[in-house]
Design a protein around this ligand. Structure first.
Ligand code: SF4
Length: 346
C-alpha cells in the first residue's frame, strides 16, 4: 500500500505556498502538519522592547508615548536590504508567551498597548490576532508594522483589533518588488487601499535606496498615489544603510531631503528617518502646521506636542492625528482571559 502524502496551499498571503507534509512555507513561520497549514511560531517571541511610538514610526498617533513592541521569526518577503534580517530571515530562539501573558507584560510596562513589529507580524497571524484582541478589550492600543503582504480577508480580520498601522511601500514599481523583495507591488497597494477604506489610522514608510527606488519621478508617482487615496496620512522617507545582502552606499542626506520636497508638493506630512539629528531644521522630524508652518510637534531632544484640541495653537488649523498625550493605562482583565481563535481555519 502506498503511503498518502499530504500537501496544503497556504491561504494567508498571496505567495500561496504549496507545502508538503512536514515542510515549511516561504516565510518559515508556517508549515503543513496533518495536511493543514498551521503556525509554527505561535507565541514565540524573538524580540521584545519598550520603544517610543515614534520609532515605529508613527508620528501622529499618541506622540511621546511608549509601547511594548514584540516580534516573532519569519517574513513572507526576501528583501536583500532587510534591516531586521536576524529575526526575519533567520531563526532566533526567544521565549514562549501565551497571548494573555504578552498582554500582561504590556500592562506591567505601563505602555500605550502593544506593537507587532521587527520581523513580519502578518505571518504570526494567530498570535497577533489573539493578543491584540486581549489588549484592545482591556483598553490598550494596538499597532501593526507591516510589509502589507496578506490576503484582504485576513487583513480585514486583523483590522478589527488593530488601531494603527505603519505599512511599508518599499518602491513604486513592480520591477523593484519582483527583483529585490520576492513580492508584488499590487499586493501591497491592495492592502494600503483596504486601510484607507476601513478608516484605520495609518502611516507609510519607504526606505530610500540609492539607484533602486530614489528616482524623483518614482517618488512623485507614489506621493500622488498616496494623495489620491483621499485620506489623511503621514509618509516617512527613511535613509538606507547597508545591511544583510545589500552593500549599496547609504542614501545621501541631500537626496533624501530633495525627495521629501517632492513628496511635500502632494502631502502635508512628509518626514525623514534614520538621519543624524539636525537641531536647526528638526531634521525633517518635526510636524509643521500645513497652514501656517509653525512647529506643532517638536521632536528635538524630546517630543513636545503643541497641538491643542487637535488644532494648531497659532492659526487654529486642524492637525491630523490622535493627540491625547496621556498614557492610557488599561485594566488588568486581559491577563485573566485567553481568547482562542480557531486554528483549523487554516
Ligand atoms: S504566509 Fe508564509 S506559508 Fe503562507 S503563503 Fe505566505 S509565505 Fe507562504
Amino acid at each position: 500500500m502506498t503511503e498518502q502524502l499530504h500537501s496544503a496551499v497556504c491561504p494567508l498571503c498571496p505567495q500561496h505556498c504549496v507545502v508538503a507534509e512536514g515542510g515549511v512555507g516561504r516565510c518559515r513561520a508556517r508549515g503543513c502538519l496533518g495536511g493543514r497549514m498551521t503556525s509554527l511560531t505561535y507565541g514565540q517571541v524573538a524580540a521584545m522592547h519598550v520603544d517610543p511610538i515614534e520609532k515605529k514610526p508613527l508620528f501622529h498617533f499618541y506622540p511621546g508615548s511608549s509601547i511594548l513592541s514584540v516580534g516573532g521569526n519569519g517574513c513572507n518577503l526576501r528583501c536583500s536590504f532587510c534591516q531586521n534580517y536576524e529575526i526575519s530571515q533567520q531563526k532566533v530562539r526567544g521565549r514562549d508567551f501565551r497571548p494573555a501573558e504578552l498582554a500582561g507584560v504590556a500592562q506591567a510596562e505601563n505602555s500605550l498597548g502593544i506593537c507587532f513589529t521587527y520581523s513580519e507580524p502578518l505571518v504570526w497571524f494567530e498570535t497577533v490576532l489573539e493578543t491584540a484582541a486581549l489588549v484592545k478589550e482591556a483598553g490598550g492600543k494596538t499597532v501593526l508594522v507591516t510589509n502589507g503582504v496578506i490576503m484582504p480577508r485576513y487583513l480585514g480580520q486583523l483590522l478589527d483589533v488593530i488601531d494603527a498601522v505603519n505599512i511599508d511601500v518599499k518602491a513604486f514599481t513592480d520591477e523593484f518588488y519582483r527583483t529585490h523583495t520576492g513580492g508584488r507591488l499590487s499586493w501591497v497597494l491592495r492592502s494600503v487601499e483596504l486601510l484607507a477604506a476601513r478608516g484605520i489610522h495609518f502611516e507609510v514608510s519607504t526606505l530610500v535606496i540609492p539607484g533602486l527606488n530614489d528616482g524623483s519621478e518614482e517618488i512623485r508617482g507614489l506621493a500622488k498615489y498616496l494623495r489620491d487615496l483621499g485620506v489623511p496620512l503621514a509618509w516617512h522617507l527613511n535613509r538606507y544603510y547597508p545591511a544583510y545582502m545589500a552593500d549599496y552606499p547609504p542614501t545621501p542626506e541631500q537626496s533624501l531631503r530633495k525627495l521629501a520636497t517632492v513628496g511635500r508638493e502632494y502631502l502635508p506630512y512628509v518626514y525623514l528617518g534614520n538621519l543624524r539629528y539636525d537641531a536647526a531644521s528638526g531634521s525633517g522630524m518635526n510636524t509643521l502646521c500645513p497652514t501656517c508652518q509653525s512647529v506643532v510637534v517638536d521632536r528635538r531632544d524630546s517630543v513636545r506636542v503643541k497641538v491643542v484640541d487637535g488644532k494648531c495653537p497659532q492659526c487654529s488649523a486642524e492637525i491630523w492625528g490622535i493627540w491625547q498625550t496621556e498614557l492610557v493605562p488599561y485594566g488588568r482583565e486581559a491577563s485573566k482571559k485567553n481568547k482562542k481563535i480557531n486554528h483549523s481555519e487554516y
